[in-house]
Design a binder for this molecule. Structure first.
Ligand code: PHE
Length: 336
């Protein structure tokens, strides 16, 4: 009996055909009601007890071999049928190339501009503690940004949260490096805001920080002017007094966009000016918090939202588009 099964096994292994009828005959011969497998199973009770184990294993091997062969033959005959119909000399389908996301495109542009004047890229975690996101940045406890309404807390007392701005990277970097410091920190930030065409609970910022001896507000203005000229081709800027807890004095920067088209009127609300970033001289209290002597060193910092700049550059009207990943939108950035 055992030898007979071995013979069947060899037969199954060697069998090959593409012909559907022959495959069906093979199936009936082994798997059919009156087929070989059923016949062998039926004779199992005649096998002496001490051989049952070996015999059982052999039948199972044969059963599996038949099932596997039938599978193979099926695929083989189907693909052969396809191959016979296909024109194998036809050129292949073009492979679609992906494209960079507009946020990454613009982030890279901004990084390149600042790299050309000596800034290095730094980064920090998206999950932050209270010290790096708020306290070290001189954000008083009653500051609205700390409110549950604005900040996503992961844990309270001690507070662990999703960073609300990239300014936390300033602190991390200054804690570990001595001046001169000249860094750019791009990254994702999170705020608990209702999602609309103009705001989203996740967005991207780029932070800049420069600390050295004798850094002045004029240096800040010059650097920003260089940046707007490189990115937008526009060098006319104005700085409006503003407030950030970690800079003193602080300013908002507007670029003069012009009033040459209807769109210019619309996006600048008829003024010609567009706000693009916040900035200021690093508050001495912040320097003290990271053990940098404010009598010896001074510096400036700035921060801007990347989405806003992409929307300006490519005239996109809705911030939600950046997070939907609709290929029809992404495709338009292929050649850039
Ligand atoms: N962190 C500020 C914000 O999120 C931007 C900023 C950065 C302002 C650095 C001044 C200096 O609005």
């Amino acid at each position: 009996m055992i030898e007979k099964i071995e013979e069947y096994l060899a037969e199954v292994k060697n069998f090959v055909t593409r012909d559907k009828n022959e495959i069906e005959q093979f199936r009936i011969k082994f798997n059919g009601k009156k087929g070989i497998l059923n016949d062998i199973f039926a004779r199992f009770k005649e096998v002496p007890n001490d051989q049952k184990k070996e015999f059982g294993q052999k039948i199972n091997t044969l059963k599996q071999a038949v099932a596997q062969k039938l599978d193979e033959l099926k695929t083989f005959s189907e693909t052969s049928a396809v191959l016979e119909k296909e024109d194998l000399t036809r050129p292949g389908f073009p492979l679609e190339l992906g494209s960079r996301h507009p946020i990454n495109l613009v982030r890279n542009k901004i990084v390149d501009i600042f790299k050309s004047i000596g800034f290095a890229v730094a980064d920090g975690p998206e999950i932050e503690d209270d010290w790096h996101n708020f306290t070290a940045l001189n954000l008083p406890e009653y500051h609205p940004a700390r409110d549950m309404q604005d900040t996503f807390f992961i844990e309270q007392n001690p507070d662990i949260l999703l960073r609300t701005h990239t300014s936390s990277v300033q602190i991390r970097y200054m804690e570990n490096h001595k001046p001169p410091i000249r860094i750019l920190a791009p990254g994702r930030v999170f705020r608990n805001e209702a999602v609309s065409a103009r705001s989203h609970c996740i967005f991207h910022q780029i932070e800049g920080l420069y600390i050295d001896e004798n850094v002045s507000f004029a240096d800040l203005k010059q650097t920003i002017q260089f940046f707007t000229t490189e990115l937008f081709g526009k060098s006319k800027i104005r700085m409006r007094p503003s407030y950030f807890p970690f800079t003193e004095p602080s300013a908002e920067v507007d670029v003069y966009w012009g009033l040459n088209s209807e769109t210019d009127y619309r996006i600048t609300k008829g003024t010609g000016w567009l706000e693009i970033m916040g900035c200021g001289m690093v508050d001495p209290a912040v320097l003290k918090n990271v053990n940098i002597d404010p009598d010896q060193y001074s510096g400036y910092a700035f921060g801007m939202g990347i989405e806003r700049i992409v929307m300006l550059l490519y005239q996109m009207g809705d911030i939600r588009m950046f997070f939907e990943n609709d290929i029809r939108m992404l495709d338009q950035f292929k050649s850039l």
